[in-house]
Design a protein around this ligand. Structure first.
Ligand code: 5GP
Length: 202
């Protein structure tokens, strides 16, 4: 990290919002509502080695990279955090765009998995980043299972892996500053907005 970046971070007074939650807890829906109501929020575009789903576009939903390119960027120190998610694909947050948005006082949100949130915790102090950790929880494990199977975007094998991960993630909710139960996506989005609004004096 160069001197310019360090200056940029130390000048930033705002806290980065890190959003985590198990698969099918409805993070995507909550974020969608939030960003529709408050389009000035910036959601970091992660890099991933997984294949795009129908309707997903490079640079909008993710930066879709092959393993080699992902590794190259990792070696180059371009990521704030990376994780192998569901044992299947690599995901990572690119650091520079996050710093750029924070220093412009733009509400900055990361939507990452539990491992990623823990890595941010380790890195934040070193980088001089202040962070609010928010956990989106499903109303129950049964409801999460119903949503995951209902959306039908994963194979049964992928669903089983995601459910295993979800159990571990739900147990980690206590590590977070704020826990939002997504029993109703509109209400959960409002609750998340309140967190952001108080951090950014909005
Ligand atoms: P999906 O493949 O369904 O888009 O995402 C799978 C999981 O990867 C989700 O739990 C999501 O939060 C997580 N994820 C997405 N981007 C990142 C990232 O940049 N870093 C980490 N650690 N997890 C991510």
């Amino acid at each position: 990290m160069g001197a310019t970046d360090e200056t940029a971070v130390s000048q930033s007074r705002r806290r980065l919002i890190v959003l985590t939650g198990p698969t099918a807890a409805g993070k995507g829906t909550v974020e969608g509502i939030l960003r529709e109501k408050h389009p000035h929020i910036w959601l970091s575009v992660s890099a991933t080695t997984r294949a795009p789903r129908p309707g997903e576009f490079n640079g909008i939903h993710y930066w879709f990279l092959d393993e080699e390119e992902f590794e190259r960027r990792k070696r180059n120190g371009e990521f704030l955090e990376t994780a192998l998610v569901h044992g299947m694909a690599h995901y990572g947050t690119l650091l520079q765009p996050v710093l750029d948005h924070l220093t412009q006082d733009i509400p900055t949100l990361l939507e990452i998995d539990l491992q990623g949130a823990r890595r941010v915790k380790q890195e934040a102090a070193r980088l001089g980043l202040e962070v609010v950790y928010v956990f989106i929880a499903p109303p129950s494990f049964e409801e999460l299972k119903r949503r995951l199977i209902g959306r039908g975007t994963e194979t049964p094998e992928q669903q089983a892996k995601r459910l295993e991960t979800a159990k571990v993630e739900i147990a980690a909710a206590k590590e977070f500053d704020v826990v939002i139960v997504n029993d109703n996506a509109e209400r959960a989005a409002d609750e998340l907005w309140n967190v952001i609004a108080s951090e950014y004096d909005l």
